[in-house]
Ligand binder design. Structure first.
Ligand SMILES: [Zn+2]
Ligand SMILES: [Zn+2]
Ligand SMILES: [Zn+2]
Length: 161
């Protein structure tokens, strides 16, 4: 993949746009460009980062157009956004059911399958009638490496009783 691939060459792009149309959405030029930038880029990008990537190749597309396109794709279920911390939300393609664990110390993001939440989600549904949307906000904590680091305060880490 050294520059040989261009917009439209990624087979996933056509599949995503076909699904979008089947859902009653329109595969506009802007949507095609935004989805293809998401496919090519890092897994999680802020709207601002995505706009910069798109405008590097398509300087004629206004930032507000890119934001609106992202929001429309979010409503259509093609992309999802997640809040990983205090900063702006990040967007990712809605291709795999995953949740985010974010390390409060080093910022490392771990993706875990949605099934990891199943037991907790079932408990909340059964006992409280509450349906969680666990992908929307990240679970905060400390990654394995940071938790093992000496000198950092260990919270609630009473090991062995
Ligand atoms: Zn949100
Ligand atoms: Zn994600
Ligand atoms: Zn960490």
């Amino acid at each position: 993949m050294t520059g040989a691939r261009r917009d439209g060459d990624d087979p996933r792009l056509e599949a995503i746009l076909t699904a979008l149309c089947a859902d009653g959405g329109r595969a506009t030029v802007q949507r095609r460009i935004v989805v293809s930038a998401l496919l090519a880029g890092p897994r999680h990008v802020t709207a601002e980062e995505l706009a910069a990537t798109v405008q590097a190749r398509h300087p004629d597309i206004a930032t507000s157009t890119i934001y609106r396109t992202l929001e429309a794709l979010d409503r259509q279920g093609v992309v999802q956004h997640a809040h990983l911390g205090h900063g702006p939300a990040v967007y990712h393609l809605n291709d795999t059911d995953h949740l985010h664990l974010v390390c409060e110390s080093c910022g490392h993001v771990i993706e875990v399958p949605g099934s990891a939440y199943e037991a907790f989600a079932r408990l909340l549904a059964e006992d409280y009638g509450f349906r969680v949307a666990p992908h929307h906000f990240a679970v905060q904590g400390r990654c394995g490496a940071c938790a093992a680091e000496p000198g950092l305060p260990q919270r609630g880490g009473a090991v062995g009783a």
